[in-house]
Each structure stands twice: as structure tokens, then as C-alpha cells.
Ligand binder design. Structure first.
Ligand code: FES
Length: 70
């Protein structure tokens, strides 16, 4: 990209699910707490269903009921 800053933070948005951010990253939560991750790519929960906020734990995925055998 012509005007891309050399050290721009890369964020990847999907149709649903987490926000993928290149780490390391520091996230300030609504309650004021701060979470830090030094992973290469960090998945930040946008659906609010994760039990490990602010990180995604894949709870955003729809759960399908197992099919009953006929
Ligand atoms: S985005 Fe994955 S659990 Fe919320």
C-alpha cells in the first residue's frame, strides 16, 4: 500500500468471531483492568461470550446439537 506506515498495527476483521491483532498487544477492558499478550497473533473477543475475556476462547462458534441416529 502506498501510504502504509512502516510500523502499522495489523488488525484482521472477520465476518464473525474475534478481532485478530498482531502481538504483542495490551488491552484495556471496560472495568479498567489491563490484559497483555505477547503472542504473534492475538484473538480479541468481540462477541462477549468468551470466559477468558478479553481473549477469544472460540465460544463465538455456533454449537450444533449432535444428530440423533434414525
Ligand atoms: S469472539 Fe470468540 S469467543 Fe468471542
Amino acid at each position: 500500500m502506498p501510504n502504509e506506515p512502516e510500523h502499522a498495527c495489523r488488525i484482521i476483521l472477520g465476518d464473525e468471531g474475534p478481532l485478530l491483532v498482531q502481538g504483542p498487544v495490551e488491552v484495556t477492558c471496560p472495568d479498567g483492568s489491563v490484559a497483555f499478550s505477547d503472542r504473534f497473533v492475538v484473538a480479541v473477543c468481540l462477541c462477549r461470550r468468551s470466559r477468558i475475556q478479553p481473549w477469544c476462547d472460540t465460544s463465538h462458534r455456533r454449537r450444533e446439537k449432535p444428530r440423533r441416529p434414525d
